[in-house]
Design a protein around this ligand. Sequence first.
Ligand code: ADE
Ligand code: ZN
Length: 336
Amino acid sequence: MDTIENFIAGIPKAELHLHIEGTFEPELMFEIARRNNLRLKYDSIEDLKLAYNFNNLQEFLDIYYSGADVLLEEQDFYDLTWAYLQKIHSQNVIHTEIFFDPQTHTLRGVPFSKVITGIHRALNDGRTKLGISSKLILSILRHLSEESAFQTIGDALEYKSWITAIGLDSSEKGHPPSKFRRVFEKVLEEGFLTVAHAGEEGPPEYVWEAINLLHVSRIDHGNRSLEDQALVDELAMRKMPLTVCPLSNLKLKVVKDMTKHPLTEMLDKGLMATVNSDDPAYFGGYVNENYLAVANALNLSKEQIVQLAKNSFTASFLDEVEKQAMIEKVEMFSNR
Ligand code: ADE
Ligand code: ZN
């Protein structure tokens, strides 16, 4: 008999909510800082890790953006992405859809081309050397202006074929999706899919706006949707995926403790919930640790874990044939 840990480790999975800048492990951060002749604010890896104690989203973001400041060269973005791909390969993640935050880099003078070329080259190697398929999602920083968002979309158009979707992340409160309605109109016209972080710290109203104004294909997080029954009904009716991130929710105090996590309530209410790692280097775990944390705290059954793994492919941006092929792999694993 498999332990739950082995079952989670072995089951084929997709990851749909992952910020590549959030995979920046302290060891690699110090190495890249050194080769770029930059000093981090912290003297050692231990000191840096001591700072990973957050009371809310903003406290995390301040540290996350300052870590990303040492990324300068195309090779830095390659190394960051390649390290993540090797890690998830060891966890049986066979498909990943990753966010990158270009404004975090372009506003420091790093060209958009270096950022996207490094990430894209690693994703190609992930495909050929590790057999991991992937999609790239450009995420707009919502605490910045509409003008900066339009500028970023302008940069992205040169690399249109490398980018599947446009997302919205960063400080949620006070920056509703409606702030970017015109930007998202433009990207939809250009043929991109759209997603948005909503209902992580922000109210259910932001989830409504993401659906009705940004025409999103997925909601990232979505926890606070449960406060609004009409919204729950709407999400269920649309089979709208929620990319849920349990360890992130715990570390950013979106949930008090893991036994109070709303994942089972979401599944019980017919919502298309998936499990993801968000910023694994900062929150203490990659996808498997996220599955295990909820499996233990919420006493998930193997059937629920299989459902979550299937949801991860159903909710992905793969085509229907690819989705079916990967869902069959889940079934073969669970019936073996
Ligand atoms: N950027 C990286 N992680 C994020 C999160 N959990 N919420 C909003 N923006 C983010
Ligand atoms: Zn996120």
